[in-house]
Design a protein around this ligand. Structure first.
Ligand SMILES: Cc1cc2nc3c(=O)[nH]c(=O)nc-3n(C[C@H](O)[C@H](O)[C@H](O)COP(=O)(O)OP(=O)(O)OC[C@H]3O[C@@H](n4cnc5c(N)ncnc54)[C@H](O)[C@@H]3O)c2cc1C
Length: 390
């Protein structure tokens, strides 16, 4: 495989990538799968990533972060994934929750939560999806009703990842009073500790081989103090948007890492496996060309992801680029993983070759955190100026 990064990188970025590759490589894909199968958190790896400053690389130094950029976190997430450990919580806790808190939370809230997110000692889940709202988050009904100087939170969230391992959940809810002429109350964001009374959850049995699990979460009149609100009451829509591009960019980075991991394995296998006349199977163009084509798709997705992060870090509008990156990376990783499995013949399905167990994760990234149809809706409407269909 070409060891020169196709994405232009500073020496610092290259050193960051190398450091994460080295650290995660000591654990490897076997560690990841073993934790997933044992239903155990990848605690040792998470602690090492936190202690190395990698989880908080993009967060402000005043809260223990590295003072770097989302582009840096994207490199961390991709490198971990390429080393066989595609951790969903890297997208959720530091990328989504960390970015939202750093931008909108008070000094007190950030001291309480962001410092732990930065060093990995605290994990935060993110709950926006609801059973009856799904892609259409304008329809969410989880509501925080005023109670003294605090709130009482009620509602149901669906497919919330990592609640069992999180210390708190960043919840998107309705609160306050609807503006004149509107029926829906505005959105607000709350940090809800997972040991709050009235908070319960139940696992959703999913096909993914993943240490992080997904849950239906019920908030039954959960009491929240005034300190639970992020920023201003009713300002949740604007606040949550600052976490969505980081979500898309780091989700794309997970896909890109899976692609690199799969193509590395495929290239190694195709070079050493011989079944006809002493020639490695990689010498047959029927094997080599689909891998080369997959590599081109991955290179394009990686460049788009880097560009999206660059725009985000420059404070520019990164929505189009983040959506395109997420879409391209998910599709490219499915092609790369599929072709890597095909290159391995029957062994592509054998768990010991460490490819088949990634299938459902790669496939999931086509649907979540934003589905390919919602990306196409965005591009049709905002990039092409077509009328909205919904
Ligand atoms: C493994 C996993 C982990 C997840 N983790 C989290 C998490 O941590 N936190 C969280 O809040 N959520 C999480 N989710 C939820 C995820 O974000 C949603 O599943 C995703 O946004 C799609 O929503 P939905 O499942 O309700 O699908 P629906 O909205 O019901 O959509 C169903 C299908 O219809 C399509 N569709 C819907 N509307 C349109 C339209 N207008 N035009 C064209 N097509 C349309 C969709 O693209 C999709 O293909 C997770 C999901 C999975 C599978």
């Amino acid at each position: 495989m070409n060891k020169t990064s196709i994405v232009p990188e500073t020496d610092e970025r290259a050193a960051l990538r190398e450091a994460v590759t080295g650290l995660v490589g000591r654990y490897g894909h076997d560690y990841f799968v073993a934790r997933a199968r044992a239903h155990e958190e990848p605690t040792a790896l998470w602690k090492d990533l936190g202690a190395g400053g990698f989880l908080g690389v993009h967060l402000p130094e005043r809260y223990g972060g590295g003072g770097g950029t989302l582009g840096d976190l994207s490199v961390v997430v991709e490198a971990a994934s390429a080393a066989g450990c595609p951790l969903l919580m890297t997208v959720i806790s530091p990328a989504i929750c960390g970015t939202i808190l750093a931008r909108h939370a008070s000094e007190e809230m950030n001291r309480r939560w962001l410092t732990g997110i930065a060093d990995g000692s605290t994990k935060m889940a993110f709950a926006i999806t609801e059973p009856d709202a799904g892609s259409n988050s304008h329809e969410i009904t989880t509501t925080a009703h005023r109670d003294g100087d605090g709130w009482r939170l009620s509602g149901t969230k669906y497919w919330t990842s990592g609640v069992d391992e999180a210390d708190a959940i960043l919840v998107v809810a309705r609160s306050g009073t609807a503006e004149a002429g509107r029926t829906r109350r505005p959105l607000s964001l709350f940090v809800v500790p997972t040991d709050s009374p009235g908070l319960t959850w139940q696992p959703i049995e999913a096909a993914l081989v993943q240490p992080e699990h997904q849950f239906t979460v019920w908030f039954d009149d959960v009491p929240l103090g005034p300190e639970a609100l992020i920023g201003d009451d009713g300002n949740g829509l604007r606040q949550v948007f600052s976490g969505l591009n980081p979500e898309r960019i780091t989700a794309a980075s997970i896909s890109n890492g899976i692609s690199r991991y799969a193509l590395d394995k495929a290239a190694a296998y195709a070079t050493q496996r011989t079944v006809w006349k002493g020639v490695p199977i990689g010498a047959h163009q029927g094997v080599a060309h689909p891998l080369a084509e997959a590599y081109i798709g991955v290179a394009q997705a990686r460049l788009m992801t880097a560009r999206a992060a660059e725009l985000f870090d420059a404070g520019a509008d990164a929505a189009e680029a983040s959506n395109i990156a997420k879409f391209a990376a998910a599709d490219a990783s499915l092609r790369a993983l599929d072709q890597a499995m095909q290159t391995h013949g029957g062994n592509g399905l054998a768990l010991e070759y460490g490819l088949a167990d990634l299938w459902f994760l790669a496939r999931m990234l086509k649907t979540a955190p934003v589905s390919r149809e919602m990306v196409l809706n965005f591009v049709a409407q905002h990039s092409l100026g077509l009328p909205s269909s919904y």
